[in-house]
Design a protein around this ligand. Structure first.
Ligand code: PLP
Length: 404
């Protein structure tokens, strides 16, 4: 059976070039980057090259890039790190953070953990378009605000947030600004100078790099307390023996992403548009979730009324197509997605929404293969829905009475 992978926001396949770059550092190049002998210096040189590659992709200086274990750690480091540095004696009372209601759980749950310890958090709402209004961020700022954290691109809807404008607001009010750019780095241009961020999280496995490696951009001069205690690695920002193979993989993935970024954006968005436009034109009761224009080129989130989302994902999987109902880390949750609830969807509408996320390996044939099987899957699942049957009957009755 032909298999089509449309779940690239969950993770992406490792690029063969990345695998080849990493291979020596999993075998013969085993030095510890802190050792002063030849083996250590070989590892040190490799991680510094990787740092330059990652820095280049986001237009940062290499000494502003710290390698981490992934997006979750980068997000937690930013949120706890800024608040703790602002409150060195562990009393969080009164310290205030601003985040959006559609952040990834790595930000949302970190903020909620701080809230339980006495910090105050404002959850700025988004509109039905899934986009934050910078004016709402500005209105939420108080004298005690120490951090604003707003994601660059949303992982479920793909909507791109007005980070540049929020960056200006943060600078005007002298508040630190973090952006979770895990879903945008490698997919659209990301420039930390233009965006005006002090901290920016990224994760290698979202751009054809290895899982378990990420990076955090920390603007020079930012007061951040490290999450972990240990040695003096990563310029005292993140202790622990460096994951050389992971960093090398992240660096290579960053280099590959920057090579054809504009061309790949055009290619993948035309595939996404073909998928989306055909579905919206041919499948009844299908609606796009979130803003159509301000979006990643890779992502579409479509609601199929009267279709149970998990059932859809399983039925499509049986046909060889991988898609998802939303964030992979929320699968199995009984609660509807907080992102879809935030844009005003009812529980039923949120549960019938599907995310298709495309990537570098997808082709036109993949899209046509999905379009071939999808309508029948939707029809089959709707036939099992008691609500749909009732509505379908009432449509037919009203059509009949109109004809009479
Ligand atoms: N932030 C966003 C927006 C994400 O989509 C993800 C992963 O899905 C993360 C953070 C977490 O990144 P990682 O899987 O590297 O911990």
């Amino acid at each position: 059976m032909r298999r089509v992978y449309l779940d690239n926001n969950a993770t992406t396949p490792l690029a063969p070039e990345v695998f080849e770059a990493m291979r020596p550092y999993l075998a013969e190049c085993y030095g510890n980057a802190s050792s002063i002998h030849w083996f250590g210096q070989q590892a040190k040189a490799a991680i510094e090259t990787a740092r330059e590659q990652v820095a280049k992709l986001i237009s940062a200086r290499p000494n502003e890039v710290v390698f981490t274990s992934g997006g979750t750690e980068s997000d937690n480091s930013s949120i706890f790190g800024i608040v703790e540095a602002a409150q060195p004696h562990g009393q969080y009372d009164g310290k205030h953070l601003i985040i959006s209601s559609i952040e990834h759980h790595a930000v949302l749950n970190a903020a909620q953990a701080l809230e339980k310890r006495g910090a105050r958090v404002t959850y700025v709402q988004v509109g039905a378009d899934g986009v934050v209004d910078p004016a709402d961020i500005e209105a939420a700022i108080r004298p005690e605000t120490v951090l604003i954290s707003i994601m660059h691109a949303n992982n479920e809807l793909g909507t791109i947030q007005p980070i540049e404008e929020i960056g200006r607001v943060a600078r005007e009010h002298d508040v630190y600004f973090h952006s979770d750019a895990v879903q945008s780095v490698g997919k659209i241009p990301v420039n930390v100078e233009k965006l005006g961020v002090d901290l920016l999280s990224l994760s290698a496995h979202k751009l054809h790099g290895p899982k378990g490696t990420g990076a955090l951009f920390i603007r020079k001069g930012t007061h951040l307390r490290p999450l972990l205690y240990g040695g003096h690695h990563e310029r005292d920002r993140r202790p622990g023996t460096e994951n050389i193979a992971g960093a090398v993989g992240a660096g290579k993935a960053a280099e590959l992403a920057s090579l054809n970024l504009e061309m790949e954006m055009r290619r993948v968005s035309s595939l996404r548009d073909r998928l989306e436009e055909t579905i919206l034109a041919t499948v009844p009761l299908a609606t796009l979730n979130g803003d159509r224009a301000r979006r990643l080129p890779t992502t579409t989130n479509i609601r199929f009324d009267h279709v149970e989302g998990e059932g859809f994902v399983i039925a499509m999987d049986l046909k060889g197509v991988a898609c998802s109902t939303g964030a992979a880390c929320s699968s199995g949750s009984l609660e509807p997605s907080h992102v879809l609830s935030a844009i005003g969807l009812t529980k039923a509408q949120a549960r019938s929404s599907i995310r298709f996320s495309l990537g570098r390996l997808n082709t036109l044939e993949d899209i046509d293969c999905v379009l071939e099987v999808l309508p029948a899957v939707v029809e089959h699942l709707r036939a099992l829905s008691p609500h749909y049957n009732k509505e379908a009957v009432s449509y037919q009755l009203s059509a009949v009475s109109k004809n009479v």
